[in-house]
Design a protein around this ligand. Sequence first.
Ligand code: SAM
Length: 350
Amino acid sequence: MNKLQKKIVEKIQAEGAISFREFMAMCLYDKKYGYYQTRSAIGRKGDFFTSAHLGSILGRILGKRVMALAPENGPVHVVELGGGEGYLALDMLDYIAKEDLSLYQRLQYHFVEQNPAVFNENQKRLQTHLNRIIFYSSLFELNPLPSAFVFSNEFFDAFPVHLLTRREDILSEIYIGYKAPNYLRIFKEPSREAWRELEELGISVGEGCTIEVNADIEEIYHVLGEKIEQFHMVTIDYGYTQDELYHPDRKQGTLMGYHKHAAYDNVFQLEGEMDLTCHVNFDALIHYGEKYGIDPKYFKNQRTYLMDFGLFDLFQEGKEPTTTEAFQLKTLLLPGSMGDVFKILVQEKN
Ligand SMILES: C[S@@+](CC[C@H](N)C(=O)[O-])C[C@H]1O[C@@H](n2cnc3c(N)ncnc32)[C@H](O)[C@@H]1O
């Protein structure tokens, strides 16, 4: 039993079964042993890759978008949510510094990342840009801004979720108990938070299906809407529309664990050592955006976004793609690749 499992089991023994959401929150964010508290988990030595680790193409395209949308005078604010190891920040800032130094000198990069374990490495990685960056451990710390380019890559898929299931027409939430040596699934009346999401989003759970519900999305949009007067927001993640995500044919939901580049269906192991993640309900992002005056403008796969917003110009500007770039292009563009699976939602508050 690792230290986090011991802590989870002790909590269950002291307080009774905990919701799956609480279990997942401990696995990912427990202050002492959580996955996104103790390690730099992404990349070759970690457990999975994101587009940010493949190379600089995505960061450069986002840099182009910042340049295209920046106000003509005064400060240019960029807010990155869940910036992780800072690769997208680095690629974007390198690109803007090279392409438009005077815009770069007006730029203020607000890097929001709650994981203390990546802080020191990020200071080194982003060394040449430190005078442009403010680091925050929570979005709540952000000062009010008149306008911003807000973006995230694989941020919403890393939230703890409620698990709900319908069996013989009874809707239940899954709680986690423990009887040595195994965890037990316990079916209870859905919690208030879970009901609120089902009702607000009009989600129905098919017979025999288990679904995940992220009840923390609203807060992000609420805080962004309160803090930033006008913004353009780009969300990059894997996920579906609500109808696709909760389709009655998708019986098992999308919850997965990743450890050392292998995928696991069984998430009740390697507590705090394995990433746990779910596909994003993009309709939930659209719904909560609209609730706070943030309107959807564009929703396509990542490949199309890259092509719509300057991928080919990147290569006309310079030389032929290098071997590394050709590999990135393949991974971002081929059917069935990351470029297909990942979606990009653009929302705006004016
Ligand atoms: C899957 S990782 C993606 C990291 C990075 N964006 C990338 O593409 O490689 C999700 C990141 O979001 C961060 N995160 C999750 N919830 C957060 C929150 N409420 N505030 C700030 N960071 C958060 C995690 O610590 C983690 O670094």
